[in-house]
Write a protein that binds this ligand. Sequence first.
Ligand SMILES: [Zn+2]
Length: 184
Amino acid sequence: MKRVFLNSGGMDSLAVAVKLKDDELHSLYVHTGVPAADAQAEAARKIADKYCASHKMIVLHDILVPPTETGRIRPMYYNTPILAILGAAHAASLDIVSVVSGNKIEVFDSNFEKYMAKLLSTTKLRGERMYSRPLGKASFDDIYQIVKDDELLDQTVSCLSVPPCGICAKCKNRQKYNIGVTAQ
Ligand SMILES: [Zn+2]
């Protein structure tokens, strides 16, 4: 099946690519301007070179900036829906009706998948669930088991800081499993 794959260049993205390697994946990396974005973009390209039929990067950091006022919408919360909608737009342009991401946690409101389905249903094709997260609620260890033998694992980018901060949960997990955190 053809799918648009929201590829952030992280371990979860690599796991999605490995898991769906029999599908025709069209990778989309959205450069949001986080400090590690260039490193993420490079990692995403490597994942796409190995597993995907096509790869596209959209640079958004001059257009979408985090809200300056405190409120319900915060940078890490607005990312997922925005990225998914961009993925849906990319999918629509390719007549693809499936968008997948490595996101493991439901961080958007309950109507979100309905919006996604509606957006994608304007394409000529009909398919299975339009927006899906193949990793479900996988734990870090589950993800690790999927990607541990992939030579790109050490080149994935998990931390948003440059160089990797070494103290966030993602860096800690990588250290625990002896996955490179400074080789970026
Ligand atoms: Zn970190």
